[in-house]
Design a protein around this ligand. Structure first.
Ligand code: ATP
Length: 328
């Protein structure tokens, strides 16, 4: 039977995503509900190494639910990857009287948590926070829904200008090696073509398909390109290729970039953050460790961190068919 948790630390680590503040708030309030003290670690693992922590109570997380980014700030720490760095982190952890850690971040942050647990026996729970939605063990990661809405809104605006000038726009969206944002925002914004890393359609097929759209009476088009797409060409090279092969189109490129990570979290992400934060603390109270909380079929679940890190979250490729049908 593991010892009762009395003081928990929460941090945000890796890339930031909307909803992280709402998750911190949920962990703090769920801890207090369970008579557990709470501290926030600033700047992820690096902040723990440098003993940069703040006490958190219910009032210190007021007005955070609607804020994008992370008020605890995030960082990538090279030092935590070394045994010496982790030893410093452990010293500070103990000096602050902490006995459990909740990490809000991506698979790298979870790997760090597992290593920390293995070396020092500290109970660790992960909350998946990334806009990319590329984590196994949860259908939705924190920030993904907000990013989708941000991308759809941006593409709607781009379409206004595209249709005023008979333009073809290539819009590059984030997602690293995963096409979740591209595929779902592409369908949501009515894109004519969607290029994702999970399926290499080939650029000739894309040109053919754009030609078909033109014959069908479309005068402007949007092609959504995931940043990790596998044609081997950058979004600018893709645009050049199409411009050469379809001179009738005025081709433009828009790389949406970091605006996709910002903004106030959607209601979905806020509710998800609340549910995941409460579950994370519940698991610690039950004496559990090395788990990632997630949502599957609208149920809050726990998956071994090892699986969350090693296994792959597959995209629903049926959606490509839906996208194809809807863009005719
Ligand atoms: P994102 O999805 O935005 O990349 P992430 O959590 O995957 O988020 P990483 O930079 O991969 O981001 O990891 C965050 C931090 O976790 C690293 O800076 C490092 O401090 C720690 N970390 C990652 N892998 C390890 C490891 N193998 N051992 C120890 N610490 C690690």
């Amino acid at each position: 039977m593991s010892a009762k948790v009395t003081k928990v630390a929460v941090m945000t680590s890796g890339g930031d995503s909307p909803g992280m503040n709402a998750a911190v708030r949920a962990v703090v309030r769920a801890s207090i509900y369970n008579n557990i003290e709470c501290m926030g670690i600033l700047r992820g693992y690096q902040g723990l190494i440098e003993n940069d922590l703040i006490p958190l109570d219910s009032r210190s997380v007021r007005n955070t639910i609607s804020r994008g980014g992370t008020f605890l700030q995030s960082a990538r720490s090279k030092e935590f990857r070394t045994p010496e760095g982790r030893a410093k982190a452990y010293e500070n952890f103990k000096a602050n009287g902490l006995d459990a850690l909740v990490v809000i971040g991506g698979d790298g942050s979870f790997t760090g948590a597992m290593v920390f647990n293995e070396e020092y026996g500290i109970p660790v729970i992960g909350i998946p926070g990334t806009i990319d939605n590329d984590i196994y063990g949860t259908q939705f990661t924190l920030g993904y829904d907000t990013a989708l809405n941000t991308v759809v809104e941006a593409i709607d605006k781009i379409r206004d200008t595209a249709s005023s000038h008979n333009r073809l726009f290539f819009v590059e969206v984030m997602g690293r090696d995963a096409g979740f944002i591209a595929l779902n925002a592409g369908i949501g914004a009515g894109a004519e073509e969607i290029l994702i890393p999970e399926e290499d359609m080939g650029i000739e097929r894309m040109v053919e398909s754009l030609n078909r759209s033109k014959i069908n009476g479309k005068t402007s088009s949007i092609v959504v390109v995931a940043e990790g797409e596998r044609s081997g060409k950058s979004v600018f090279e893709l645009a050049d290729y199409v411009e050469e092969n379809m001179p009738e189109y005025d081709v433009r490129v828009s790389v949406l970039g970091h605006m996709q990570r910002g903004g106030s979290p959607s209601c979905f992400d806020r509710v998800l953050a609340g549910r995941l934060g409460v579950k994370a603390v519940d698991l610690l109270v039950e004496g559990k460790s090395n788990l990632m909380v997630g949502i599957n079929n609208n149920k809050i679940t726990a998956t071994e961190l090892e699986k969350a890190v090693k296994l792959h979250h597959d995209i629903n490729t049926n959606l490509l068919r839906v996208a194809d049908i809807l863009s005719t």
